[in-house]
Ligand binder design. Structure first.
Ligand SMILES: *Cc1c(COP(=O)(O)O)cnc(C)c1O
Length: 368
């Protein structure tokens, strides 16, 4: 990217497969605009629902072996719907403490009681479920957006079945990225063998690996029908442009066949993990999200500024996005990064250490 006229090599995008600028998707969007114009003009349930929306919903459901998929204008709004459409006052949401902010907001807006369990701690989730009342819902990211680690989805599925709870999985960073044909975290963990159980809803966003925009919820017919009738973030907002659905259909075809791109990001992550100086604390993550734990916000900022001066854009992620004391450099990899570009990042991270007194980036804050 060019920032204020200066070239910056980015390690911060969620465009994991490098599809956001793919010519087939751009051409599909242009063809969609030529055929359908730009605005949808109204909400889906008024007259904003066009053929490409319906086609995309069918294609997404078929891809995920789900009975039904429902399109949304953004992932934030899909999460508001998935939670608020199925639980309310008197009910209980049991949520991972490190869930994405949109899931936290969704739970709070729903009016249900919110009980949070320690990050990926299934025993703690069970304790919270035991004291839940009304309709119960377990709510989790599939891949955690700031840590890059993966939820224990098999165990959470078993808990949901045992406690007769919904399980809502926000797999914004899993779909397209991994699993057979890019089917996401459930597929990656081998949990999609017989389709998806009726009590599981999956939320996917289309602005990350898909390289377009919008979101969907996939699941059984009955809960999806309830969302379509009741979810306020579906009912009371303008449908996404139909041309965008045309573009996402093109993207879905590419995503399904993108095994080479999925192998490419894995190769870059492996290269990074293998060659990173061991003075760095790399948070354990099998995904393209590879956070370097720094600690204090000032230090993380100083490190990010050093990298920026070297032409590398790696964002410092600080509280309140992450817990206090766990500020980090959130490095993300794309299928389009080359081996040489990853080497460049590794070199600058090494330089970063020598810049700090005693060779530690921790001291960078005082150097500014
Ligand atoms: C990005 C993201 C969202 C929001 O999706 P948008 O389509 O950008 O609104 C929701 N959940 C998670 C985990 C995300 O990373």
């Amino acid at each position: 990217m060019r920032v204020d006229g200066r070239a910056q090599l980015t390690f911060c995008s969620n465009d994991y497969l490098g599809l956001a600028n793919h010519p087939d998707i751009a051409a599909a969007l242009q063809a969609g605009v030529a055929r359908w114009g730009v605005g949808a003009g109204a909400a889906h349930l008024v007259n904003g629902h066009f053929e490409p929306h319906a086609e995309l919903e069918v294609a997404l459901a078929e891809w995920l072996q789900a009975e039904r998929a429902l399109l949304f204008s953004t992932g934030y709004m899909a999460n508001l719907a998935a939670v608020g459409g199925l639980v309310g006052r008197g009910d209980t949401v049991i949520a991972d403490k490190l869930n994405h902010a949109s899931l936290v907001d969704a739970a709070q807006l729903s009016g249900a009681k919110l009980l949070r369990y320690r990050h990926v701690d299934v025993d703690d989730a069970r304790r919270q479920l035991a004291r839940a009342t009304g309709t119960k819902m377990i709510l989790t990211d599939g891949v955690f957006s700031m840590d890059g680690d993966v939820a224990p989805l098999g165990q959470l599925m078993a808990l949901a079945e045992e406690f007769d709870a919904w399980l809502v999985i926000d797999d914004a960073h899993g779909f397209g990225v991994w699993g057979e044909a890019g089917r996401g975290s459930l597929a990656e963990l081998g949990l999609m063998v017989n389709g998806i159980p009726d009590y599981v809803l999956q939320v996917g966003t289309l602005g990350k690996a898909f390289g377009t925009a919008g979101a969907f919820i996939a699941g059984a017919m009955q809960p999806i029908e309830v969302l379509l009738q009741r979810a306020r973030s579906y009912l009371f907002t303008t449908a996404q442009p139909p041309a965008l659905a045309v573009a996402t259909l093109a993207s879905l075809n590419l995503v399904r066949a993108a095994d080479e791109r999925r192998a490419a990001w894995r190769a870059r992550v492996a290269q990074f993990q293998k060659s990173l100086p061991d003075t760095f604390t790399l948070m354990p993550s099998p995904t393209p999200i590879q956070p370097l734990l720094i600690g204090e916000s000032v230090d993380a900022l100083a490190a990010a500024q050093h990298l920026e001066r070297a032409g590398l854009w790696v964002p410092a992620i600080r509280p309140p996005t992450v817990p206090v004391g766990s500020a980090r450099l959130r490095v993300t990899f794309s299928a389009l990064h080359t081996q040489g570009q990853v080497e460049q990042l590794l070199t600058e991270l090494e330089n970063l250490q020598t810049v700090g007194r005693e060779g530690r980036y921790k001291q960078l804050g005082s150097i500014g």
